[in-house]
Design a protein around this ligand. Sequence first.
Ligand code: ADP
Length: 492
Amino acid sequence: MPVTEKIELQDPTLLRDSLFIAGEWTPSSDDSRTVVTNPATGQVIAEVSMATAEDVQRAINFADSAFKSWAQMTAIARAKIMRNWFQLTLDNVEDLARILTSEQGKPLAEARAEIIYGAGFIEWYAEEGKRLYGETIPTNVVGRRLLTIRQPIGVTAAITPWNFPMAMIARKAGPALAAGCPMIIKPATDTPLSALAMAVLAERAGVPKGILSVIVGNPKIIGGKITSSSVIRALSFTGSTEVGKKLMADCAGTVKKVAMELGGNAPLIVFDDADIELAVNGVIASKFRNSGQTCVCANRILVQSSIHNEFIEALINAVAQLKVGNGLNDDTSQGPLINEMAIDKVHAHVEDALSGGGKLILGGKRASIGGTFYEPTIITNVNEDMLVSREETFGPLAGVIKFETEEEAIRIANATPFGLAAYFFTSDLGRTWRVGEALEAGVIGINTGLISYEGAPFGGIKESGVGREGSLHGIDEFLEIKYLCIDGLTEK
Ligand code: ADP
């Protein structure tokens, strides 16, 4: 299919449609291609090469041969290159944002914020690479000394989703490269262009050949090659719990280290002592950002009965101001959903809630502009049995559950196999600690709906994942601890 919509860029060379393997831009070995569309218009914006199993193997082999020299470089030298990559990313933020919005749909302002946020991980880990300290351990035997060193784990792989096409890559490649590991990246097939553009900048920054590869293609073929490879020692995945579980099982064959950022079902609790305006802002940020398509989106909004009506009133006012449209338009705050399946899921959740006694307050249908746009929606009278409470909606539907006591809110919030993010709003210090400690989630936002920052650890508990991204902990996914026991030392 020919390209029918051109992405206007200051630097058109950022737009690539081939694979980046062994530091070369190459078509796939069988010349197959996949079409990338703009979800806002349905137009074709690129036709990108689809890697064959042979291409993936080539990327693995080359990464393997490039590993040693990258690992042996000083952290200072690696940091210089990564710092260049960070700076080039910031220098090209406008183009990167246009590429991102064109393939993913989110408003340009959110795309810019994602690029800057993602770049932060490259900068932060460039520096953290200089601080990968080992330890000395008081000896247990005379004439012996004990110490540990932390070494890069080897060749690594990343499989990333479409909802943050740039940041999910930076969150993984930043620490992997800083640790001294090559990384092979498989971006989501719907949104490969941001990943390819980041590879252009990595190449310009001086990242050596084979240290960063981007291979677009059939998830099962690439996933199969990655999980079965004994060369690849760690896999970092962000995506659905279902696929994550399968990849974990497949990685067992070669006992790979896995970092899994999987689905969530975040509760957002508004207590009767909350600042209502702050809570409404929190819901807008955490529920409606990226049109509800983030794994930390508030999925269940719990509001204490005594402030329920006042809160709903304020929420309606805020949601009614959201403007649905093409993300490339400056006034858009809600872009399209990624595809028809996403629309079907949101609508199924709406219909299920309404048939179970939910009350439609706002939205509840496709937006009048057509395509994959859905109206920002509020439903009250939601209960725990409804689909919207049990599954991640991944769309702009705020389902509100009314509760009476703190104990009840905590019980409802924790009644899920997931445990990624949770949010609550309160002005009571005792409650802040009590609820913060009681909620079963890896990330807790208190009086805020926005929690991500490269210096803080992000990750889930329960079925939401293993491992952390960001902070000093995130780099551990790409390191091994080696214990050196030196004996036979003469004591005088
Ligand atoms: P989402 O709901 O975000 O699309 P997925 O888990 O389906 O979540 O996708 C996340 C990433 O996992 C994407 O890059 C996708 O191509 C990839 N993926 C999906 N299925 C598989 C699979 N069987 N093996 C490897 N990767 C997969």
